[in-house]
Design a protein around this ligand. Structure first.
Ligand code: SF4
Ligand code: SF4
Length: 77
């Protein structure tokens, strides 16, 4: 099963990933990260198809997607 990791302390709460996810399994948390924004989180990881659209969409490179043991990230910190 694909695994999506969202770095809540790099997320700026723009919601672009929430809108972009074709499975509609991302949502904004009611918690606030270190940047002072409500951050995105995965609400139903079992329906993730590993398409990586969320990671490609995120302007802050805060999302990493792991599929079949391979981890996809645009940049590594
Ligand atoms: S990998 Fe695709 S299906 Fe999974 S959370 Fe990201 S956009 Fe949604
Ligand atoms: S696209 Fe990136 S910065 Fe915007 S809400 Fe999603 S994880 Fe946060």
């Amino acid at each position: 099963m694909p695994g999506v990791t969202i770095d809540k302390n790099h997320c700026k709460g723009c919601e672009m990933c929430v809108k972009a996810c074709p499975q509609k399994i991302l949502a904004m948390s009611k918690q606030i990260g270190l940047k002072g924004y409500f951050y995105a989180e995965v609400v139903d990881s079992s329906r993730c198809i590993g398409c990586m659209i969320c990671a490609i969409t995120c302007p802050d490179v805060a999302i990493e997607v792991g599929v079949h043991g391979t981890s996809f990230a645009l940049f590594q910190y």
